[in-house]
Ligand binder design. Structure first.
Ligand SMILES: [Zn+2]
Length: 330
């Protein structure tokens, strides 16, 4: 994903002022009867991060991403979910043909009313934000920027039968999110936000089932970094403010309020853009905000490895989503 630096911070306070979101000063008490009894296991989620990284960097067209895709399919299937694989070939900014495989794991596939939870599982082929410029052409291991979102989804899927929501849930693993043009690409490619999020653009234009829709979506991106904090993301507020407010409130119930400040972050180009604008599913992005820029210190660098994943961050996000799903009514 890519940050829209142009909009960073300047529009966000205005937006919140206009739309009148809650300030952190007047938070209501927690009704303990509503606290979700199902517990997210952070160690299990961390294990899922490591297992994905053990395949190596999951860059498009690599053996590693093929094997990791097989692993993701097998895992969701072992939790009793219904799998659809969507395969196609897409074109990268540099003309490379990219084998793309979106993986959709459905809980209660027959239910009409659905919630979609999504994350990308590909690795960026270039560590173009690394402080050491000799490493810019090396792939990102993507423990956080890829594996963490899928790991949280797998851990959610492991518990979904116990949670037993009345609605269906689709876990969508997008391919080819992070192939966006690096700084050495031609200017036309660098200015084109559509070089990012190729898998989700394809899925949004060609849903895995004809006429597919969902009542809302939650995108998870970089949800495991040590020290990460998740502020409101700008496009999420524009398209799905009520979802954002409910998720941030669920974070309080999940004991994760410190990870989810009720404050504005930046505007991010990410898979939720095509989900909102093409698939027309109101979708929020849970993504870290770093006031110094760049999401996290390891973003798009060679240090995005399991060492920089904190199970406490995975738990904060996972328990928040579990809490949200447990409170969501038909
Ligand atoms: Zn990325």
């Amino acid at each position: 994903m890519n940050t829209k630096l142009l909009f960073f911070l300047c529009l966000a306070p205005l937006l919140m002022a206009c739309k009148g979101s809650k300030s952190s000063g007047d938070t209501p008490a927690i009704d303990s009867a509503l606290v979700c009894k199902v517990q997210f296991d952070a160690d299990s989620a961390f294990h899922f991060v490591k297992e994905q990284c053990d395949f190596g960097a999951r860059t498009p067209n690599s053996t590693a991403i093929q094997r990791c895709g097989d692993y993701i399919v097998a895992k969701f299937r072992s939790y009793g979910l219904d799998i659809t694989e969507q395969k196609t070939t897409l074109k990268g900014w540099d003309g490379t043909s990219l084998r793309c495989r979106n993986i959709i794991a459905a809980y209660k596939p027959e239910a009409k009313d659905r919630i979609v939870i999504a994350a990308h599982y590909d690795s960026r082929p270039w560590s173009d934000q690394d402080p050491d410029s000799t490493k810019h052409r090396l792939p990102v291991m993507a423990a956080d920027d890829g594996a963490s979102g899928v790991a949280v989804m797998l851990e959610l899927a492991r518990h979904i039968h116990r949670l037993n929501p009345a609605f269906g849930v689709d876990f969508v693993c997008f391919d080819a999110e992070d192939y966006g043009a690096p700084y050495w690409a031609p200017e036309s490619a660098r200015n084109d936000e559509n070089t990012w999020c190729l898998g989700s653009q394809y899925w949004s234009k060609n849903p895995h089932r004809p006429g597919y829709t969902a009542r809302l979506g939650i995108l998870l991106d970089m949800v495991g970094g040590r020290g990460s904090k998740f502020h409101y993301e700008g496009f999420s507020l524009q398209n799905a403010q009520d979802v954002a407010v409910r998720v941030w409130d669920a974070a309080r119930y999940a004991g994760a309020a410190d990870f989810f400040p009720q404050a504005n972050g930046g505007y991010v180009t990410d898979d939720h853009i095509p989900m909102n604008t093409i698939a027309l599913i109101p979708t929020i992005d849970i993504i870290p905000f770093n006031p110094n820029g760049g999401f996290t210190p390891h973003w798009h660098t060679t240090t995005d490895t399991p060492d920089n994943i904190d199970p406490a961050t995975l738990r904060a996000v996972g328990q928040t989503v579990l809490q949200f799903l447990s409170q969501e009514k038909l």
